[in-house]
Unconditional design. Structure first.
Length: 832
């Protein structure tokens, strides 16, 4: 090294303030002139400067090939390649690069690395492929040239020799850190680790470890700029320590997450298995989270938006309050209701009237008029669709006449679901509309309960016993019912529990009642009344033979060959085992008969030999045949239940035959009057209600007023007490219709003229002897017919109903409409 160079170096140092390009950063403590030794000055040299962005090449380190584009650094390296292949590398941030390139940079970093250019291969695209190897840390002294590339004067910096316990310890620690890193990261070649372990210079160790992944650009730059080796190593140590800590933490997190994941994977796996097992067992698959399950169900619900909104609102409440909150049960019940009510609109095929007729005929015997009206109703529905307010059908008639089964047939003909709800005993509006949810145990009203059962938004909905709806202080259910039945209002039916409107407009309502009179007027006006009276014995026989017996036989798994019931046997069941207008008890008796036979058949198949009096055939149960005749009935069903009224055997004085109406049909009723000596007027015994007593009074007054006319001594009344008795039998309805019968018995008793035994009568009587109309003519005539009566006296007002009577009744009975008591007496006491 020449003296001149040395001088210049000294000069440079002395005049550092004069050198613009010199990075005189006083804040940079690393830039310490104390480290410049004389050796450095001696080794000073001029080199092309290469600026690298975001990368630091440490001394004694080769880096993978770099791609260098055209520019100052390219030119510098091109030049170096020509010379001794040495360059000074300085390292900058990417964003500083532009400044240096365009000569704008006034401050170059003070410390760089002298590097050897191992390769410089120009590529066709104008870039070059470069391999550099760091040689010395170097200090930049002076910029000699700016253009076309920087040429600088610089000198290598050699680390001073440092020994001592502390630095030894530090080196050991750093090497341990390296080991730890390798443990944690793996994938580091053993030779590299061994190489690090062999290093015995702190500065060198620091430089080497920066190549590890723990160091970022700024860390490496910091290490590079730190000239004091111990300090440099300490910095490396700190960075490594921090990175190790981070790495361990990250690993711990990973480990924890993995554990959590493993756990949840395990759970998932187990749940999957459980689901499969459940499915195999045919159990419902239920989601584990009831709230999610609810949300899913609501999402799937085919319901209007307002319903879903309300439901989701409740789910939110449930989620907020928690499944264990006291309210949760209430909310869940509510949500269950919403989810289980039918909301979806349904399409139905067009009604076929012919098919409907077939269905009605297959299910029911007779009832021609009723069927006709039902078909008319269906026809109107078919043509007018929903445009017309179709009236609500109301079947009125005694139990067991087929009201429910007609409803079922209508549903079948329309292809709809069938539901029924009994309104019997409903006194409270809340039973129709439900209770508000604030009440404990609140539920929707009967209407919506029926809808839930129907599982369809448009079922045939039968409301039974509409005549038994009552009114009291708790409110009037009638108005709620009116809303239900009103097509103008029922598309937004409000139930107190549900709170949101429910559309009932697609429902086909049918009402049933036993009696017409008790049905509240406004309700009656809304409905089309179809009356179904009782059946005659012959009709019952037909029904039993053609419908009930085959139905029950099939129901009990019996073949036609296994059981036959003779007509006489059925007749016995009708007469002595059931007393009713309809056929419900008859069906029950037939069922019980079938049950008994089924048992015998089943037992016979056990024994494989049949021992039965009624059974024909032997071992093969298929060939076993039970023929049930009249005489067999008591052995199967026990002794007869009823004896029904029959006409008296001969004409008697003071005994007249009336007929009564009961919900179970009609029956005849003998009224006896016996005059006994004594003071007073009337004495009544037997089962007489108040109305009957009044009737008796009226009869008495009429008899007295006509006494003279009929040749009775007026004193007769003063000397006699009239004992009136209604013998056992059906409890007479509190009706005035026994009026003419009472009067006839009374007058017969007074006059001693016998009443014709084959005459039965019904009618109310006024004080002046006018005969007024009555109800239940069909049941009454049926009872009279059954009892063997020949002549039937009825009020003239009821003459119009005669056409509705069964043919057999009209044919067998002489029906005589009357308007006055005189006419009655003329007929009833006619023989004398
Ligand atoms: P209601 O509803 O009027 O009390 P149901 O409809 O329950 O009477 O009738 C009782 C039983 O009698 C049912 O099994 C029904 O099918 C049967 N039934 C009633 N009337 C007839 C009929 N005309 N033809 C055939 N079966 C009938």
């Amino acid at each position: 090294m020449s003296d001149d160079m040395l001088r210049r170096k000294k000069l440079d140092i002395d005049n550092d303030e004069d050198i613009e390009a010199w990075p005189l950063d006083d804040d940079n403590p690393e830039f310490d002139f104390d480290f410049i030794d004389s050796d450095e000055a001696v080794q000073s040299r001029e080199l092309p400067l290469v600026i690298l962005a975001e990368i630091v090449i440490m001394p004694r380190m080769t880096v993978p090939p770099l791609q260098v584009g055209q520019g100052k650094s390219y030119s510098a390296m091109e030049q170096a390649w020509e010379e001794n292949r040495e360059v000074l590398l300085i390292f900058v941030h990417e964003d500083e690069l532009e400044g240096y390139r365009s000569n704008q940079a006034q401050q170059l970093p003070p410390i760089g690395v002298i590097a050897k250019l191992e390769e410089f291969i120009k590529l066709p695209d104008g870039t070059a492929h470069v391999i550099l190897e760091g040689v010395h840390r170097a200090r930049l002294h002076q910029v000699m040239q700016f253009h076309p590339f920087y040429r600088v004067r610089c000198a290598p910096i050699h680390d001073p020799e440092i020994k001592g316990m502390e630095v030894q310890a530090l080196m050991e620690t750093v090497k341990q850190q390296v080991d730890e890193f390798v443990d944690l990261l793996g994938e580091v070649p053993q030779e590299a680790v061994a190489f690090v372990h062999r290093i015995d210079k702190p500065g060198y160790l620091a430089d080497i470890v920066t190549w590890g992944p723990a160091f970022e650009f700024k860390d490496r730059l910091d290490i590079l700029n730190t000239l004091e080796p111990t300090e440099r190593l300490r910095k490396a140590y700190l960075i490594l320590a921090r990175q190790l800590e981070l790495l361990k933490l990250r690993q711990k997190i990973q480990q924890d997450t993995k554990e959590v994941l493993d756990q949840s994977q395990r759970e998932y796996f187990l749940r999957e298995q459980m689901r499969v097992i459940r499915r195999e067992l045919g159990e419902d698959e239920e989601s584990d989270d009831p709230i999610d399950e609810m949300r899913r169900k609501i999402a799937e619900l085919q319901a209007p938006d307002y319903v879903k909104e309300q439901a989701l609102h409740e789910v939110k409440r449930l989620a907020q309050q928690g499944m264990n909150s006291p309210e949760a049960g209430v909310i869940r019940t509510y949500l269950d209701w919403i989810v289980n009510l039918p909301w979806a609109d349904e399409e139905f095929p067009e009604i076929s009237i012919t098919e409907a007729q077939q269905i009605l005929d297959t299910d029911h015997y007779g009832l021609e008029k009723v069927k006709e009206r039902i078909l008319e109703y269906l026809a109107v529905r078919k043509l007018a669709g929903n445009k017309m307010r179709s009236p609500i059908l109301c079947f009125v008639g005694p139990p067991g006449v087929g009201k429910t089964s007609l409803g079922r047939s209508i549903a079948r003909a329309l292809g709809r679901q069938f539901v029924r709800t009994s309104l019997g005993g409903v006194r409270d509006e809340a039973e129709i509309r439900g209770h508000r949810r604030t009440y404990i145990g609140a539920l929707p009203g009967r209407i919506l309960q029926g809808m839930k059962t129907a599982k369809s938004k448009s079922p045939v909905y039968m409301m039974d016993e509409i005549d038994k709806v009552g009114t009291d202080f708790r409110g009037d259910p009638t108005s709620a019912l009116l809303e239900v039945l009103d097509p103008e209002q029922n598309n937004t039916f409000s139930d107190h529990y549900l709170e949101i409107p429910y559309d009932l407009s697609k429902v086909i309502f049918i009402a049933t009642a036993n009696q017409l009179e008790p049905i509240p007027g406004p309700l009656r006006d809304r409905m089309e009344i179809i009356e179904i009276g009782g059946y005659t014995e012959d009709e019952k026989l037909e029904i039993a033979r053609g419908f009930l017996a085959p139905k029950q036989r099939e129901f009990h798994g019996l073949l036609e060959e296994q059981l036959s019931i003779s007509d006489e046997a059925i007749m016995k069941l009708i007469r002595e085992y059931s007393r009713e207008a309809g056929v419900r008890n008859l069906e029950r008796e037939l069922a019980s008969l079938c049950r008994k036979v089924a048992r015998k058949v089943a037992t016979a198949s056990d024994d494989s030999v049949a021992h039965n009096d009624n059974a024909e055939g032997t071992a093969d149960t298929g060939a076993l045949h039970f023929k049930i005749d009249e005489a067999d009935i008591p052995t199967y069903l026990g002794p007869e239940r009823f004896t029904f009224g029959l006409a008296e055997e001969r004409d008697e004085v003071g005994v007249a035959t009336g007929v009564t109406w009961t919900p179970a049909g009609g029956d005849i009723l003998s009224i006896e009057v016996l005059p006994v000596r004594g003071k007073g007027s009337l004495q009544l015994t037997g089962q007489l209600g108040d109305v009957m007593r009044e009737s008796a009074q009226a009869a008495m007054s009429y008899a007295r007023s006509r006494a003279e006319q009929m040749g009775i001594d007026p004193n007769y009344f003063e000397e006699h007490v009239f004992h009136i008795h209604v013998p056992e039998g059906e409890v007479p309805k509190e009706g005035p219709s026994a009026g003419i019968t009472l009067t006839t018995a009374l007058i017969s008793a007074m006059t001693g003229r016998p009443v014709r035994r084959d005459v039965a009568m019904t009618g109310e009587v006024t004080l002046r002897g006018k005969v007024l109309g009555i109800g239940g003519l069909k049941e009454k005539t049926l009872a009279a017919h059954r009892a063997g009566i020949r002549t039937f006296i009825l009020p003239k007002e009821n003459a119009k109903d005669i056409v509705d009577l069964p043919d057999k009744v009209r044919h067998d009975l002489k029906l005589i409409p009357v308007s006055s008591m005189e006419e009655v007496l003329k007929i009833a006491l006619g023989n004398s």
